[in-house]
Design a protein. Sequence first.
Lengths: 321, 321
Amino acid sequence: MNYKDCDMKNRVQRIIRGNQLAGARLIRLLEEGDPQGIEMLKLLYPNTGKGYIVGITGPPGSGKSTLVNSIIGEFRQSGMKVAVVAIDPSSPISGGALLGDRIRMRCHSVDDGVFIRSMATRGHLGGLSRTARETVLVLDAMGYEVIIIETVGVGQDEVEIAQFAHTSAVVSLPGMGDEIQVMKAGLLEIGDILIVNKADQPGADDIVAELQLMLTMKPTSDSGWQTPVLKTVAVKNQGIPELVDMFQRHRRFLIDTGIFSEHSFKWEFLFFKKRVMELAADKIFDAISDSSAYQVIIEDLKNRKIDPYTAAEQLSVRFKF
Amino acid sequence: MNYKDCDMKNRVQRIIRGNQLAGARLIRLLEEGDPQGIEMLKLLYPNTGKGYIVGITGPPGSGKSTLVNSIIGEFRQSGMKVAVVAIDPSSPISGGALLGDRIRMRCHSVDDGVFIRSMATRGHLGGLSRTARETVLVLDAMGYEVIIIETVGVGQDEVEIAQFAHTSAVVSLPGMGDEIQVMKAGLLEIGDILIVNKADQPGADDIVAELQLMLTMKPTSDSGWQTPVLKTVAVKNQGIPELVDMFQRHRRFLIDTGIFSEHSFKWEFLFFKKRVMELAADKIFDAISDSSAYQVIIEDLKNRKIDPYTAAEQLSVRFKF
């Protein structure tokens, strides 16, 4: 393939200059677990760490994509470059329910300052949350000042991804009734900003009141941030300037309290730790697989004479570092 | 807590005799990542490896739970003990959409030969797929001859869980139209049996034809199994005896070809490998965290002078096993 032959540093330079095609190609390499992708990411790394990462989490039907669309527009008005990573649960099984939503975002697709990337929830070598993290790094290096991660908030990977964000906004809508009770724990856990979208529908004030009541029961956060509840009507662009203003306030707050840079290091360290483990894994199994102790354990596992927990413990006492 | 004080071996004996309360308690310990749970699982292990694990995967609205309900009834008629693990995406965010479905299963809840366990898709120390696997081992030890894992098939953890199953059935329904195209890859990848539920609705024959066409494009499986397409109307119990008969045929096929026992070892080995890595991880970081090389790398990471990939590589060249 011609692309692979061409000079890596040139491609990295194109990405840093914000070339969308070059960026999209690197993201695909990373999704495929191509080692060349990692090499390019290393070269890009000095250009990362500047982007403001916003998570927007909400159930299907909450108008999340329209909301993201409006938020893009608002950030663009102040001249900021915006990228979106949409974690799309349109797995082969659940069907492409969100494809329609994606299409709505197309009004920004002729705008060079906007980059939108959908990411399926499966088929990632090394895990979805890793690919998502790497994609955010690429977008950051490309010079996007705001990087929005849009998720439906189902599953563990997704919660981990929401935690990449500097600011996590959780979307709910009127008429959710009992579901709010189920959402409660999660809202309090990850939401820096709570949004009630479709706030022109009946019951909007009820849900705002309910959310505010919940927040009074939330233990005061160590950081001192007071989670606000904002009303929006994304299709009419109502409440969007106020929401984007709140994002900016939270960002300012994180920078002033030093949380912004701590947050970044926390994720780099986790990433580093996982990577060390991956590299160690191969070495360990290379080193032990010739030993007779290992062969005995594997035979016993095969014959169900030993359980995998005990087997692992027996083997690991032999590790010397 | 009184329960924790009581003798572990006694509790294990009660689980092996099929006591549902004792089983449920152990599953909860495992979900919480309690080390005592692992100790009990070790004691139970010799009693595992007999259960037939069936995966039922389908999108919300496919009548999957009613179908599982009917399948339970059919297996019960031949006197087999049946357990269900329902992987329930009622995360705090998505809401408890499946709670209603769970209630429908209650007609079996007074039957001692049936055990139903819902499992949230998040909040599992050590990962959802690990907890699901451990739960299946407990149910197996309790003497359940058929263990059904019900999932909606969204996300990577879920696909991994579907692969625990000896037999994977994928549910679709009439009128899915274009979604079938999206489902295609996944259907071919994991389905040993394809089910068209709600087959009394218009378009049922169309979808059967479409699925059969897809199957003709599937490369012949190494095992030699021909994936069938079956029609069911779960609410009227139509097609259920034929479906359960097909499960039995696939089980027989797996045993006759030796795949059944290979499959079990494959999972034990993966489990063992993960566990070895977990145990090694702590030792590695204990061993290196005092070294000056490690301290320098962490400082560089903090100051963004090094990327996490290069940092991990620099550290791992120092590992000697």
